[in-house]
Design a protein around this ligand. Structure first.
Ligand SMILES: [Zn+2]
Length: 64
């Protein structure tokens, strides 16, 4: 019975370490690079943003 609990605990720890780490890092990066659209004021991540003439826009609709 104890062996099953220990084994289950080890699997759980390995699962958390393996899956939680990259997920946490990507979330952290997104939070650090939140940018505000110069036209409508919507906050977007750096990945989603459109940069034009040193200004940041949320979409092509705002950029044009
Ligand atoms: Zn916008």
């Amino acid at each position: 019975m104890f062996k099953i609990l220990i084994l289950g605990g080890i699997i759980l720890i390995v699962y958390i370490l393996f899956f939680k780490k990259p997920k946490k890092d990507s979330k952290k990066n997104e939070e650090l690079t939140m940018l505000e659209c110069q036209k409508c004021g919507t906050f977007i991540s750096d990945k989603e943003s459109i940069k034009k003439d040193n200004k940041i826009f949320c979409s092509n609709r705002c950029a044009t």
